[in-house]
Design a protein. Structure first.
Length: 255
């Protein structure tokens, strides 16, 4: 029983922090460092936690996130997401998706198809490349520029399509524009022939906790059309932010 309690305490501590080392956990939880190390090793072997080889800090792994996404609390989240996303899909006729922030990654957790047929590989359960997706840019734009720059430098900006922005300064300039217009665009940067438009959704602390994404075929993505869809998406994101603020924290986080 004691081992189980200690394991859960470690997992809880990791879920509330941006990475912790063995000594951090030992001091915080008053557990001998040898016991902390032994538990972390077992969790790492099972892929429930991952260790950053550079810092030695541990983070929750995506196997743990996947389990949490199946929990009943996630159903409550989808109960809020689905009606609003369906309204956006009906108003625009386009595919609508939602990605949630977890451990500085954005994971797609829900989608609603529009009336217009659009062949796009499903992003459900996938992690959004920050530099190439509209939802990634929305979150980056919410950060201090120095933090966004550091993240992009650390993770790199690999070329996914011929349109992917791989120059740091070019993307940093685009993030300034995102802050001004209230939405971000990904123009064939991750999917050829597709433009993604994302707007931020905020938590109770007014931090970006996810993003609503509308996906359009590139031949329909005129400036006028994007402005129109952007207004619909921003209004929907505002409603989502207001509704999600009323849910318990555990209902609006996959971890």
């Amino acid at each position: 029983m004691l081992a189980v309690k200690r394991t859960m305490a470690i997992l809880q501590a990791l879920s509330a922090a941006d990475g912790l080392g063995v000594m951090d956990l030992s001091r915080r939880l008053v557990i001998h460092k040898a016991d902390v190390s032994r538990i972390l090793s077992a969790l790492e072997e099972l892929h429930y936690v991952v260790r950053d080889p550079e810092t030695g800090r541990y983070h929750l792994g995506y196997k743990f996130v996947a389990m949490a996404l199946q929990h009943v609390d996630r159903v409550r989240l989808e109960d809020v997401l689905d009606p609003v996303m369906r309204e956006v899909a009906k108003a625009t006729g386009e595919l609508v998706q939602f990605a949630i922030l977890q451990q500085e990654e954005l994971i797609f957790i829900h989608k609603v198809e529009g009336e217009k047929p659009l062949r796009v590989a499903s992003m459900l359960g996938m992690i959004a490349p920050l530099h190439a997706t509209a939802v990634g840019k929305v979150w980056l734009a919410s950060l201090e520029p120095s933090r966004a720059r550091a993240l992009l430098t650390e993770r790199g900006m690999p070329k996914i399509t011929e349109h992917t922005i791989t120059d740091l300064e070019t993307l940093m300039a685009e993030l300034d524009q995102v802050r001004q217009q209230g939405y971000a665009l990904s123009r064939e940067e991750i999917n050829p022939s597709v433009v993604g438009l994302a707007v931020p959704v905020f938590d109770a602390s007014d931090r970006v906790m996810g993003g609503l994404v509308v996906t359009l075929p590139v031949f329909e993505a005129s400036p006028e059309r994007l402005a129109e869809v952007g207004e619909v998406a921003k209004a929907a994101a505002h409603r989502l932010s207001e509704q999600l603020r009323l849910l318990p924290a555990s209902s609006t986080s996959p971890a």
